[in-house]
Design a protein around this ligand. Structure first.
Ligand code: 13P
Length: 244
């Protein structure tokens, strides 16, 4: 981590897990665990229907609630979609954009760019995801691929706005597999930007967080599975705070 230039952020991505009732239960338990004092930024990105329950419990804490997706249009005939203004009004501070699981459902680089612009315009912090497949890593095109994904995602966005964004480097082969990138690989993919907070995602947990976060160009984590258990998520936050 490099606290001098960039913020530290530990963010959870719940994906399609937990009901609103389970969200309330988690948030109450997690809130009880967070000690007072100076902590890194903490975000929990939850399913859309869980946002109200999460916001209600976490009001007046340092935990920011986020969404896992948004629509780039301000309003209109987009059945089932949620705009960035709706997220802000519901109490969100963050939104994940371009997760590989959504890209696999058809989200394009252009969608990611439009959504990132909409999120910034609404005042949300976009957590923009990038990452290579195992095939791409083995073909030695990781750097080109990630550079291209980030260039597309941030195309036409002013530098001061880019600084407000967060980039999450998540190698697809490390997501949910228990197979983490080595700290060096995790950092390697993140050398793209110097001024923007860069997270590593992919099987980060309470056991390996400390080693991964020790890399100078990893400013935090985007955590799937381990963010579903309050004690595990807290341990990762503690690892991020160790060298504060
Ligand atoms: P896991 O931590 O479960 O591997 O998920 C990572 C991820 O995709 C976070 O966005």
């Amino acid at each position: 981590m490099n606290r001098k230039y960039r913020k530290t952020l530990i963010a959870g991505n719940w994906k399609m897990n937990k009901t609103p009732s389970e969200t309330k239960e988690f948030m109450l338990a997690f809130k009880g665990l967070i000690p007072k004092g100076r902590w890194c930024d903490i975000a929990l990105c939850v399913p859309a229907v869980c946002i109200p329950a999460a916001v209600r419990v976490m009001r007046e804490t340092r935990v920011g609630i986020g969404a896992e997706n948004c629509n780039a249009n301000p309003s209109g005939a987009y059945t089932g979609e949620i705009s960035t203004d709706m997220l802000v009004d519901a109490g969100c501070k963050y939104v994940i954009i371009g997760h590989s699981e959504r890209r696999a459902m058809g989200e394009t680089d252009q969608d990611v760019n439009q959504k990132t612009k909409a999120a910034l315009a609404a005042g949300l912090v976009p957590i923009v995801c990038c990452g290579e497949s195992l095939e791409q890593r083995e073909s030695l095109v990781t750097e080109e691929w990630i550079t291209m994904q980030i260039k597309y995602a941030l195309e036409g966005i002013e530098a001061d706005q880019v600084r407000k964004s967060v980039i999450a480097y998540e190698p697809i082969w490390a997501i949910g597999t228990g197979r983490t990138a080595t700290p060096e690989q995790a950092e390697y993919g993140s050398k793209i930007s110097r001024a923007t907070t860069i997270l590593y995602g992919g099987s980060m947990n309470d056991k390996n967080a400390e080693e991964l976060l020790a890399q100078p160009d990893i400013d935090g984590g985007l955590i799937g599975g381990a963010s579903l258990v309050p004690e595990k998520f807290l341990k990762i936050i503690e690892a991020a705070n160790q060298d504060a």
